[in-house]
Write a protein that binds this ligand. Structure first.
Ligand SMILES: *Cc1c(COP(=O)(O)O)cnc(C)c1O
Length: 398
């Protein structure tokens, strides 16, 4: 039993012992299809040989030395991330929340250097940025904040995908120094904004001298069919945060900065004992090399399309489907009523999915998912959705 673990999670009654690509196996050797990837973490699937051998080899040499010294893997990883993102430099940490903490500190420093004593950051409704005090204060979900007041000050909230709301906030508050936003909201329900939303935010940030800060913790590392989601828009943000899939399961986070934002933090301003250690960086280097070697980012785009075409075909005419939407392998199927119960029904069929924002089925399959597994995912989940919507339809009959 888990009685000595704080009950902070609502766990499903299953324990996995090993994995192989998109498969997970429980202790009785039952096989499950993983369409969640440990919440967008294992983008290369489970037990990928490149990651496995990288961390095996590195662990024979050195796990940790601290940032008191130079770290070759960290320097190599920074070079790769800068090359692939077009940004200028990077701070390494160990999680998404920590990456966003670094971004929030950057924005505050930027404000103070402009002579603004109480700098504020625009954040969005339904956003998710983490569980530390500053990042839960930035998060647009009252459940995440409930019970933890006083919150960190300096956040101004506006609706997502609403440029006019940002403009209004800028008129009303002269202390705004940055905008923090997810290119697609993950926890908030796979919310995909207008195609030019990020471009217009970039324009407003340029016009008003604000930092454009993108939380790419869920969208990054190939998930949406580009290495980073902002690359669909041909822009560069001032700050971009990464974590989740960067280490394919080995904890690592990163805060990337560009231009003026890259010059803000100086010696003594920030730090992390574990951040960018030799082991974590060896995993991330293997991840980046494998994305290219196996052409996984291009494949994510194609596979996302195949999966959504499959669902559109199977679920055609079902009145309870509000929307099927995706960017690459970040997929949402929105129903017209709460559907959290589907997670358990899927588990019984040995399929791992997730539901966010109560009514949206969230699929984040690994980028290495193959054709047969895609067919299994579409077949199994479509049947479950049809069964579920027929049942709820019956229950709501007069
Ligand atoms: C998961 C997530 C975070 C938090 O990452 P942790 O590693 O859990 O701290 C922040 N932002 C987004 C968009 C996320 O999906």
């Amino acid at each position: 039993m888990t009685s000595h673990i704080m009950p902070t999670y609502n766990r499903l009654p299953v324990t996995f012992e090993r994995g192989e690509g998109a498969w997970l196996f429980d202790e009785h050797n039952n096989r499950f299809l993983d369409a969640l990837s440990g919440i967008a973490v294992c983008n290369l699937g489970h037990a990928h040989p490149a990651v496995h051998s990288a961390i095996c080899e590195q662990s024979k040499k050195l796990l940790h030395t601290s940032n008191v010294y130079r770290i070759a893997n960290q320097e190599l990883l920074a070079d790769k991330l800068i090359e692939k993102s077009g940004m200028d430099n990077v701070f390494f940490c160990n999680s998404g929340a920590e990456a966003n903490e670094a971004a929030i500190k950057l924005a505050r420093k930027y404000g103070h250097e402009k002579g603004i004593e109480y700098p504020a950051i625009i954040v969005m409704d339904k956003s998710f940025h983490g569980r530390t005090l500053a990042t839960l204060s930035a998060t647009g979900n009252s459940k995440v904040q409930q019970g933890f007041a006083p919150l960190v000050e300096g956040f101004v909230r506006v609706p997502y995908n609403d440029i006019n709301a940002i403009k209004e906030a800028l008129v009303q508050n002269k202390n705004i120094v940055a905008i923090l936003v997810e290119p697609i909201q993950g926890e908030g329900g796979i919310n995909i904004p207008a195609a030019d939303y990020l471009n217009r935010i970039r324009g407003l940030c340029d016009q008003h001298g604000l930092l454009m800060m993108l939380d790419e913790i869920q969208t990054g590392i190939g998930r949406t069919g580009k290495f980073l989601a902002f690359q669909h828009n041909n822009i560069i943000p001032d700050v971009c945060t990464l974590a989740k899939a960067l280490g394919n399961g080995v904890p690592i986070g990163a805060c990337l900065a560009w231009g003026k934002a890259a010059r803000l933090l100086t010696t003594g301003n920030h730090g992390s004992t574990f951040g960018g250690n030799p082991l974590a960086c060896s995993a991330a280097l293997a991840v980046l090399a494998t994305l290219d070697k196996e052409n996984l980012i291009e494949l994510a785009r194609q596979k996302g399309q195949t999966i959504c075409d499959g669902f559109n075909e199977r679920l055609q005419g079902n009145k309870h489907i509000v929307d099927i939407r995706n960017k690459g392998l970040m997929i949402g199927i929105e129903l017209d009523s709460p559907c959290a119960g589907l997670v358990k029904s899927a588990l019984e069929q040995h399929l791992l999915i997730n539901v966010t924002n109560e009514t949206t089925i969230r699929l984040l399959p690994p980028l290495i998912i193959d054709e047969q597994q895609i067919r299994l995912l579409v077949d199994t989940l479509s049947a479950l959705i049809i069964e579920y919507t027929e049942k709820t339809a019956q229950e709501t009959l007069p």
